[in-house]
Design a protein around this ligand. Structure first.
Ligand code: ADP
Ligand code: MG
Length: 727
């Protein structure tokens, strides 16, 4: 008998490294070829329209509707020359995906003819039916209108012969129904607040850009094996699977040689990424088998988020060509490392100065210290809100694991800076201390090494890494903007209050430097408790964090309450990023997503158990029963008794598991029914977490044990040892 698994394994063994489309030219010669960037605009737009777009991007001001007509016309000509037939507004609704509704350029013309057209109004604004996107009650189905509106800060691009125009997505009443809208507002708030502070040091500064470098981790799996796993297909993660005898314990995958099938896939999507104007910089094997990472060169935050979403899309599409499936889920496999999306975050002035760069003498760098102090104060004050923003169901399987950031926020500074901040905290001068960079002479002939000011701490969710902070708690499948917008807003608020306080000191007659130092010290003192240099995985830290009043994510749906706390609402409203109504809507959506996703997982596990695991177990059991009967017919009773004793034990164990699993599936269904009847959504989410999840764990435990007992030929689903290793 051949199971679906065996057929899949056969297909898998025939999959070879695919040929890939690598351009035989330097990347620089085709970079950005599919993007309507400023260079192309210059060629395709009348001068006046071009200038208006440049001004809109640089000064972040609005583009006049009359100009939009020219831009649309230019975009269409350019896109049609590259084979595009359609355009779409491309946006990021609240379900962590991207959305697109294609419209043809073509329209009827006299005498049955057709012409292509793209007018300014269609570029600026569209009105997709918003009723089927999560809105958290921001619109009722009878007032389904929603609007998408062009974001000139992120250039249009061509994908699948379709001109994609990045847009925001808002309701009829102007409330945000997407990630981009509040994210853009948070960038604006941070720009304004940061610029005001930078002007103490350089009055000519016009703006401050928020910069992200997003490291993206992902898994790949063979397509045939993937299709033989209903859980991977429907939930993006395995709901069952005994650990493989060997997975990551030899630490031989991290930075190992990239498997040829994956290499072909990487070259393919990188080529596409270059054409889409994304500077992919690094690629490597990650810790877990079949886990990989790429990181583009850092860039302006709005663009970085769009590029990340775009490349995830491209990867999903191209993987199929290589008979692979790419998995962005945070924890597709239990027992081995999960995936994150690290966001390297810094602030650059329009003059190209990174205000988070300490320079050679951070102790004298008041601009650097001002920004560090405000950032620490922000993450301290809003640590729970920021962490709750990354707490999705899928990320909850990863956070707090032994390989992922702990579920409580803390900031790591590295010993040099931590010492400096301690001195400032204790009232010392902070300034004027020398910190010579030491040299390391390792082997003759090898050039000397200059170690960094900071060491690395992999256990910290928010680590200073030389000239930026790295926020490591974001889930690999998430839209980075949905968490970063809270961090940006919190930092903006602290910079704003910093400026007010410093100005007050100056009014009182303090010299600028002394006024700055006074408030820097105040902020460093007030945020002392968020700083932690030790091992974030240790039990002691969790105890200490609680003593320091730091709240971690222990119950995911309960953490969504952070969105409704008065200090969160005050923050988001004060900085004009989100209204109370929008926060309430997000609260609804997040609870809803949690319930729906867990509901799907529970249903799939029920199906797998009853229709896959139990039948396989019974088949194996019958085989043993046959065997026992045969032995009974052949051997004399005394000998037979001895010969079948372990067989009978095995039969008893299997029958026990079958019985237990059936009982648990019944319990799971009852738990779901009860949870589904809970009236309020947030209570329902909590009920799901408390009553449904634990039953799923118990079922998995039984099935994982069974997998070790049942004849390999009878086991229905590809096993971890098969899923995790591509040749
Ligand atoms: P790691 O060693 O942390 O894994 P990677 O090389 O994988 O680092 O990725 C680091 C990311 O940080 C890249 O996207 C890089 O461009 C980005 N980065 C570097 N400097 C800055 C900075 N000042 N601000 C924001 N991002 C930065
Ligand atoms: Mg990396």
């Amino acid at each position: 008998m051949s199971t679906f698994r065996q057929k899949a394994l056969l297909e898998f063994s025939s999959h070879k490294a695919e040929r890939f489309c690598v351009e035989n030219k330097p990347v620089s010669s085709f970079f950005g070829q599919h993007v309507f960037d400023l260079k192309k605009m210059k060629n395709y737009l009348p001068e006046e329209a071009y200038e208006a777009v440049v001004k809109a991007i640089e000064k972040k001001c609005k583009i006049d509707r009359s100009v939009a007509t020219h831009v649309a016309e230019g975009m269409r000509s350019w896109a049609m020359e590259r084979g595009a037939t359609h355009y779409t507004h491309w946006f990021h609704p609240l379900n962590e995906t991207t959305a697109e509704k294609h419209e043809a350029f073509i329209r009827p013309y006299a005498n049955g003819c057709a012409i292509e057209q793209f007018v300014g109004d269609a570029l600026i604004q569209q009105e997709p039916d918003a009723s089927s996107f999560p809105s958290g009650g921001l619109r009722n189905t009878f007032e389904a209108r929603g609007y998408t509106a062009w974001d000139p800060g992120s250039p249009a691009f061509i994908l699948d012969q379709t001109l994609c125009i990045p847009t925001i997505f808002v309701s009829y009443t102007g409330d945000a129904l997407d990630v981009k809208t509040p994210h853009l507002k948070s960038l604006r708030a941070l720009d304004q607040a940061a610029t005001a502070v930078v002007r103490y040091f350089d009055p000519e500064t016009e703006s401050v850009n928020v910069i992200y470098g997003l490291e993206q981790e992902y898994f790949v799996v063979d397509l045939a094996l993937y299709r033989a796993r209903p859980d991977l297909m429907l939930c993006d993660r395995t709901l069952q699977g005994h650990t493989a005898a060997k997975d990551q314990q030899l630490e031989d995958h991290y930075f190992g040689n990239i498997p040829s099938r994956v290499m072909a896939f990487m070259k393919d999507f990188e080529t596409e990424a270059y054409k889409l104007g994304v500077y992919i910089k690094t690629r490597h094997n990650e810790v877990a088998p079949n886990q990989f990472e790429f990181a583009p060169y850092f860039e302006e935050a709005n663009l970085a988020v769009d590029h990340n979403q775009m490349i995830m899309l491209v990867m999903r599409k191209l993987a199929k060509k290589h008979n692979l499936k790419v998995i962005f889920h945070e924890k597709p496999y239990a027992g081995i490392n999960g995936s994150g999306k690290h966001c390297n975050w810094s602030l650059f002035t329009n003059n190209g100065i990174n205000v988070l760069s300490p320079g050679k003498t951070p102790q004298d760098n008041l601009q650097f210290l001002s920004f560090i102090a405000c950032t620490l104060k922000a993450v301290h004050q809003h640590h729970f809100l920021i962490m709750s923003a990354v707490a999705t169901l899928s990320n909850s399987y990863r956070l707090g694991g032994t390989e992922a950031p702990p579920a409580v926020l803390s900031a790591f500074m590295g010993s040099t800076l931590a010492d400096l901040l301690d001195v400032i905290d204790k009232g010392g001068p902070g300034r004027g201390r020398s910190s010579e960079r030491t040299r390391m002479d390792v082997v003759s002939m090898v050039p000397e090494i200059f170690p960094d000011n900071t060491d690395r701490n992999r256990t910290s969710p928010f680590a200073f890494t030389g000239d930026r902070f790295e926020f490591r708690a974001i889930g690999s499948s998430a839209n980075a903007g949905s968490a970063m917008l809270f961090l940006n807003t919190a930092v903006a608020q602290q910079l704003k209050s910093f400026k007010v306080l410093v100005d007050k000191e100056i009014e009182k007659g303090e010299k600028l430097e002394d006024a700055l130092m006074k408030i820097i010290r105040k902020f460093i003192r007030e945020s002392r408790d968020i700083r932690f240099e030790g091992n974030g995985y240790s039990d002691e830290w969790h105890k200490e964090a609680a003593e320091r009043g730091l709240r971690g994510i222990t119950d995911v749906p309960a953490s969504y309450d952070a969105l409704l706390e008065e200090q969160s609402i005050a923050l988001m409203e004060e900085m004009c990023v989100m209204t109370r109504r929008e926060l309430e809507a997000r609260y609804e959506v997040r609870n809803q997503m949690y319930v729906k996703k867990l509901q799907i997982e529970a249903r799939v596990l029920g199906d797998l158990t009853i229709n896959h695991f139990v039948p396989a177990a019974i088949r194996h059991e019958n085989m043993l029963l046959e065997n026992v009967k045969g032995l009974r017919d052949l051997f004399p009773p005394e000998e037979y008794q001895e010969l079948v004793s372990t067989q009978l034990k095995a039969i008893r164990i299997i029958a026990g598991y079958v019985n237990e699993m059936r009982g648990l599936v019944h319990l799971l269904i009852e738990a779901r029914k009860k949870a589904n009847n809970v009236e309020l959504l947030h209570d329902r989410a909590r009920e799901y977490a408390a009553a449904v999840l634990p039953v799923m764990d118990r079922i998995r435990d039984c099935a994982d044990h069974l997998e070790m007992i049942v004849d390999d030929e009878l086991w229905p689903l590809p096993k971890y040892r098969e899923l995790l290793f591509l040749r």
